[in-house]
Design a protein around this ligand. Structure first.
Ligand code: SF4
Length: 264
């Protein structure tokens, strides 16, 4: 029999979905929720997670591959002498010839979110077992739905089946007397909207400062690698984060090629 397990990003959608399940509004009751920790979320997300797990009748299992900000900065050398990094984040890089800004290849979600959750699911279901993995994608983000690549996992989208939007999640939380969940993502995630950068800068300045520092270190690491030209930036403008004047009207970019486990 399949085991129902929540992929918990600890943002608005997956938190609301977990609480809906806890109240029996989404069924069946999941066996567990799994949170893949990059160890780089802002403090508000960890505080939220501590609160959330006390509200749920099923366990919240925290798994981690380590600290993404450290692993992504480590410059490695192949046996052929090529210098490279692993676990790349989707930074913005201006083409040195044309000046056109593109997004660098992203490996962080696969390595630090999807893979560690899959490994934990495998441990829970055992050999020959099957999992129905609940993913907290809402009806307004339907483009992010993806089939599972693992035969033993079937992705399930309860918020989409119930036609609930992100705004609907927030309304449901309010109606039921719950606090508003934070947006979950690494403090330095280039997918942040300007509104989220601004919120971090104003409400969690320590987290914003970490992002500014990380950007400098990421640029230094990329400079040491073979074959990457241009300078990576965390903001889509291609300017240093510390110098950006944030507007409040740009949407976040999680809808772009995201596999569904960051930000929800
Ligand atoms: S939140 Fe952003 S930086 Fe962190 S793992 Fe997800 S895509 Fe990568």
């Amino acid at each position: 029999m399949t085991k129902h397990i929540i992929s918990l990003g600890a943002g608005v959608q997956s938190s609301s979905m977990s609480l809906m399940a806890a109240r029996g509004e989404l069924t069946p009751m999941p066996e567990a929720a799994i949170f893949a920790d990059t160890q780089d979320e802002p403090a508000s997300v960890y505080t939220w997670l501590d609160w959330l797990e006390k509200q749920l009748p099923f366990p919240v299992i925290r798994v981690t591959k380590g600290k993404l900000s450290e692993s992504s900065l480590r410059v490695r050398t192949s046996k052929h002498g090529t210098r490279y990094t692993k676990h790349g984040i989707p930074a913005f890089n201006a083409n040195p010839t044309t000046g056109k800004i593109g997004i660098m290849q992203r490996q962080c979600t696969a390595d630090f979110k999807i893979e560690v959750i899959q490994r934990e699911i495998r441990r829970i279901i055992g050999r020959g077992g099957h999992c129905t993995q609940w993913v907290g994608i809402s009806i307004d983000e339907v483009i992010r739905m993806k089939p599972s690549r693992k035969p033993y996992i079937e992705n399930h989208y309860p918020l989409i089946d119930a036609r609930i939007s992100r705004h609907g999640c927030l309304s449901w939380m309010k109606k039921n007397g719950y606090p508003t969940p934070p947006r979950s993502a690494c403090v330095y995630c280039p997918f942040h909207s300007d509104a989220e950068w601004l919120r971090l800068k104003r409400e969690e300045p320590e987290a914003f400062d970490r992002a500014v520092e990380y950007e400098k270190k990421y640029q230094a690491a990329m400079k040491q690698t073979t074959g990457i030209s241009g300078t990576p930036y965390l903001h889509r403008s291609g300017r240093p984060l510390s110098e950006v004047t944030f507007g409040a009207d740009q949407a976040d970019l999680f809808g772009n090629e995201c596999e569904g486990h960051c930000g929800v």
